[in-house]
Write a protein that binds this ligand. Structure first.
Ligand code: FE2
Ligand code: FE2
Length: 132
């Protein structure tokens, strides 16, 4: 579920990048940006339920990163909607790098933390035969 969401997010980012590079108008770029921001909200919601269900120890810190990212994404979207120009390459790259970074770093760390905690809960099964 999480991997599928991440693929979708990356697809939207790529779509936005291509639309900008192809010089598409504000409406087209704005529609993709809108989808990306809305999907980011949905994804973070689903992910937080998943981390909580799996007992992520660093849940609050992870949630805080989501809140910060969403606040910035919402602000970018609002500025874009208000302005007369398109999305700048800097803003696009910033959003892309931040999302990629979160997926590659924070989410991967959370996966590791959750599986390490799971492994620690069943030491008997994990012990090699020679140690029994
Ligand atoms: Fe994620
Ligand atoms: Fe996350």
């Amino acid at each position: 579920m999480i991997d599928r969401d991440h693929k979708m997010l990356i697809q939207y980012v790529n779509e936005m990048h291509s639309a900008m590079m192809a010089g598409k108008g504000k409406q087209v770029v704005g529609a993709i940006l809108g989808k990306l921001v809305a999907y980011t909200h949905d994804h973070f919601g689903r992910e937080e339920i998943f981390w909580k269900a799996n007992g992520l120890v660093e849940l609050e810190a992870h949630k805080k990163r989501h809140v910060d990212l969403l606040a910035t994404a919402d602000k970018l979207k609002a500025d874009f909607d208000k302005g007369s120009g398109g999305l700048s390459v800097d803003v696009m790259n910033f959003l892309r790098d931040w999302l990629n970074n979160h997926i590659m770093k924070s989410d991967q760390e959370a996966f590791k933390s959750v599986s390490a905690a799971k492994a620690a809960r069943r030491p008997a099964q994990a012990a090699p035969a020679a140690m029994r």
